[in-house]
Design a protein around this ligand. Structure first.
Ligand SMILES: *[C@@H]1O[C@H](CO)[C@@H](O)[C@H](O)[C@H]1NC(C)=O
Ligand SMILES: *[C@@H]1O[C@H](CO)[C@@H](O)[C@H](O)[C@H]1NC(C)=O
Length: 254
């Protein structure tokens, strides 16, 4: 009876380990795998997540992480999902995206939903090389040059343009305005509106202008003085002969 008992402990450990492996890879609570229109889909909507969960199967084509509490997307968060086509991150509290948030998805990702978050800005690098349609509605956008550059990188999902509205962090006169209308009227990458390079150029121009003005003023002063000096003898010349006692010296000078 002793011998089987001694064998039981390792057996229990093996069973424990076997159970631990699948549970680590099974979907987090509130998430499930589904087959939707023949596409492997991973749904994690309203699952109370505060981070992108581990264990998303690498054959996922559609990933729903909407209506959670995600505040940021770190670099390479989805890079193991080699065939991901659709990513829904809407209705979270996203305020920050890494410039490499969608790294590894360049060949496959087609649809990205970032709507209804807390994004005031997103790094344009995050969208480089992606051929995506994106929903950027319902975020407190800063409405600056950076956003204009992002919109040159992506295509907006149909009908979502009017949903891009400037939030409270934007320039006071822009708050509440539709970004696309605004960008049509105003060159936001021009001077003073976040175009850091431009404002540096302007500062340089003003400084150079200042120097040029100084140099010109000095030259004008110099020329004026010289002209005065060269005139003085000429001015005096007609006056001097009146003084009879000096007439001899004047004639020698002349
Ligand atoms: C998923 O991972 C497995 C094991 O690492 C690999 O064999 C398979 O090709 C991967 N599938 C995709 C779609 O990348
Ligand atoms: C874009 O996002 C808004 C807000 O979440 C939503 O109402 C709208 O249906 C979305 N549109 C598309 C085309 O995804």
């Amino acid at each position: 009876m002793l011998l089987p008992a001694a064998h039981l402990l390792p057996l229990l450990l093996v069973i424990g380990a076997r159970e631990a492996v699948p549970s680590a890879q099974s979907p987090p609570h509130g998430c499930y795998v589904a087959e939707e229109a023949g596409e492997r889909t991973f749904r994690c909507s309203r699952a109370g997540l505060s981070a992108v969960p581990p264990g998303i199967p690498n054959d996922t084509r559609k990933l729903y992480l909407d209506a959670n509490r995600l505040a940021s997307v770190p670099a390479g968060a989805f890079q193991h999902l080699a065939i991901l086509e659709e990513l829904d991150l809407s209705h979270n509290v996203l305020a920050h995206l890494s410039g490499a948030a969608f790294q590894g998805l360049a060949g496959t990702l087609r649809h990205l939903d970032l709507s209804a978050n807390q994004l005031a800005s997103v790094p344009v690098e995050a969208f480089m090389g992606l051929q995506i349609q994106v929903n950027l509605s319902a975020n407190p956008w800063h409405c600056d040059c950076a956003l204009q550059e992002v919109l040159r990188q992506v295509r907006l999902a149909p009908g979502t343009g009017t949903g891009i509205v400037c939030g409270s962090g934007a320039r006071p006169d822009l708050v509440g305005q539709e970004f696309l209308l605004l960008a049509r009227e105003e060159e936001l990458c021009g001077m003073g509106h976040g175009g850091a390079q431009r404002s540096t150029d302007v500062a340089l121009l003003v400084t150079m202008g200042g120097w040029v003005t100084l140099v010109v003023a000095y030259l004008a002063h110099y020329v004026w003085q010289n002209r005065d000096e060269s005139r003085h003898p000429l001015k005096r010349a007609p006056v001097l002969p009146v003084r009879s006692e000096d007439s001899s010296t004047v004639s020698t000078v002349l």
